[in-house]
Ligand binder design. Structure first.
Ligand code: HPA
Length: 281
């Protein structure tokens, strides 16, 4: 938990200054895309790209999750400057929440106005078909360590931020409209956060279904909360890489998640590109 807010803000601003200098004269992007499982290929679709390894950015953690590279990319996608986070930080890796969301704070201080979060999740809604895409409209975070616990950092946002629209309705509509125009199947869904790293039990999945959850995953929610605290508009898209625990009789495996995320990769990348093209921020 953060105790010295001034020191924390200084750390965030130190990372932001480093990135601003590394971009040396390029236009600062107003959008940041977080590349979850299956979105890795998007990083090679950016033009004029420069990569900044996380290990070079002061204060940045280094991601350890499999399939997650560790660098920030700045480039042009669909004709507009973007940041891409190639690799994110998860609570299950052992980081405290302020570290998991550190990059969101840095993006906010760099002037990013829209954060596009992508992830892989397990389908709880029985109508879902692997590997379809879901536009996340809301979340259940009962199971998350509280991201904003500790003294409030007023430079970032208010003490008790409203959570009615963590996922910006306008951006979510845009995502769904882009999918419709590209003839990619997407539904709107409620994402339940799971701390991980173990998958859920069948009983937990039954409980989440009763609570209305459509899918479950181990990322995104902390970042969305930090972004909404700062007034950054959030869009989030999930790839259903497996049916959740107990739904098929098969055990869950990381390989299944990675394989199905890869199967959806063309659609996911096409959709993000179209979204960025039509985004107005
Ligand atoms: N549970 C939690 N996280 C996940 C899952 C799941 O079933 N699939 C992909 N990420």
């Amino acid at each position: 938990m953060i105790t010295d807010t001034a020191e924390f803000v200084k750390r965030v601003d130190g990372a932001a200054s480093y990135i601003r200098e590394a971009l040396s004269g390029r236009e600062l992007p107003s959008v940041c895309i977080v590349l979850g499982s299956g979105l890795g290929p998007l990083s090679s679709m950016a033009e004029d790209a420069m990569e900044i390894p996380y290990k070079d950015i002061p204060g940045f953690p280094v991601s350890t999750a499999p399939g997650h590279k560790g660098c920030l990319l700045a480039g042009t996608l669909s004709g507009r400057p973007v940041f891409m986070m190639n690799g994110r930080f998860h609570y299950y890796e052992g980081y405290p929440m302020e570290t998991v969301t550190f990059y969101v704070r840095v993006m906010g201080r760099l002037g990013v106005k829209a954060l596009f979060l992508t992830n892989a999740s397990g389908g709880i809604n029985p109508d879902y078909k692997v590997p379809e895409l879901v536009a996340i409209t809301d979340h259940l975070s009962f199971n998350a360590e509280p991201v904003l616990r500790g003294p409030n950092i007023t430079e970032f946002g208010t003490r008790f931020p409203d959570q009615c629209h963590v996922y910006d309705p306008g951006l979510t509509d845009l995502l769904v409209n882009c999918a419709r125009d590209l003839k990619i199947r997407i539904s709107r869904g409620l994402y339940a956060y799971s701390k991980g790293p173990q998958y859920e039990t069948p009983a937990e999945i039954r409980a989440l279904r009763i609570m209305g959850a459509d899918c479950v995953g181990m990322s995104t929610v902390p970042e969305a909360i930090a972004a909404s605290h700062m007034g950054i508009r959030v869009a989030a898209m999930s790839c259903i890489t497996n049916m959740a625990a107990g739904m098929t009789g098969n055990p869950l495996s990381e390989q299944e998640v990675l394989d199905n995320a890869r199967l959806a990769s063309d659609n996911s990348c096409a959709l993000v590109k179209e979204f960025v093209k039509r985004l107005e921020v």
